[in-house]
Design a protein around this ligand. Sequence first.
Ligand code: UD1
Ligand code: UDP
Length: 379
Amino acid sequence: MKIVTIVGARPQFVKAAAVSRAIGLWNINAAGTGGKAIEEILVHTGQHYDASLSQVFFDELEIPTPRYHLEIGSLPHGAQTGRMLAAIEPLLVEEHPDTVLVYGDTNSTLAGALAAKKLNIALAHVEAGLRSFNRRMPEEINRVLTDRISDALLCPTTAAVTNLRREGIQKGVEQVGDVMYDASLFYRKRARDTSRVLERLELETGRFVLATVHRAENTDDPVRLTHILSSLAKVAKDLPVVLALHPRTRKLIAQHDLSARLGRVQVIDPVAYLDMIRLEESARVIVTDSGGVQKEAYFFRVPCVTLRQETEWVETVESGWNRLTGADPALICSALREAQAPNATRVEFYGDGDAAGKIVKYLSGYSFAARAPQRSSAN
Ligand code: UD1
Ligand code: UDP
């Protein structure tokens, strides 16, 4: 069986690392038992290209080298998605896979999904069913459209399954758990053993705030961005705040001349995954607008403050581990100062740490015979 996996942005490398590892384990087992091996071909769209957002993940997480690197780079949404689509199509015709596997909700996800289905190739979506119900988010459009045309909808949470049911999507829906949870469990010990990030940044466990900001709604609106930076600066007067800055945000801070708003906030470049999870599990509180980081806060039992009005990871809020503040300075500051672990019993919302194994098993048992890829009429 042949799978073409499409990735392009930072969180997709973490997710793909977990599933590619599970495919490797599947193949070892298949070799021993005479079962069918899975060939995975990785395609990197080039949506993220800075080494700190891309190559470091391939090196550190031992992700197979992409067979295809499309080098699309940064472009407006339509142009970026369109160029990816045009570049993915011929390679799918060439590779003739049984399945195309896409992750999450980026432009790379949607381009991979459209390319697959226009060639009538079976499509599997990891992280299916998540919804913010905010159609102004580019990610919401990407995930709604991808789910609409997916054959296998591999959901991380019960809420995701419920969302799909409400949209009338039931066929091919499978709750497998969260592959990012798998990754956090697998790499956590390695991070503790090898990461020196706390020493390098002179941070004490439980005595700092970890921050990330990259969402369009926060970075592209100078008022919201100013509110967020000023709030972090206010908190940094009492407790060290480390901000691992996405290049998008760095550029916009420079463009709007907002560096002075950061006060004592310690601004660092994006860090590699092992350093990141070491920082996360050691932080007193995490403040972010990232989807992945919200979940990782929950995995590591660290209270989270989310700089958005809504979240796809509703269970983190309902269980008391996450608080939504938007970009309201008073709310951000009070949420960060008051943040603490709730008393309630913890629930494993994200599966048992083997979501990737379940995905591989599901895909291997899924019959795609009737959906063999067709050559496009242009060829
Ligand atoms: C993208 C995803 C978002 C995801 C995030 C993960 C979409 C619509 N958005 O957002 O869902 O949460 O990745 O980090 O797909 N840039 C660089 N170097 C890079 C890549 C980007 O400097 O390697 C800068 C460029 O100025 C670019 C900007 O960041 O224009 C935005 O990059 P883009 O990939 O369009 O969106 P992200 O904000 O990274
Ligand atoms: N991450 C990282 N270094 C950083 C910031 C984030 O390794 O400096 C990891 C983080 O641990 C998580 C993933 O990147 O696994 C989340 O990606 P991001 O926040 O870019 O995207 P989102 O999850 O919001 O789509």
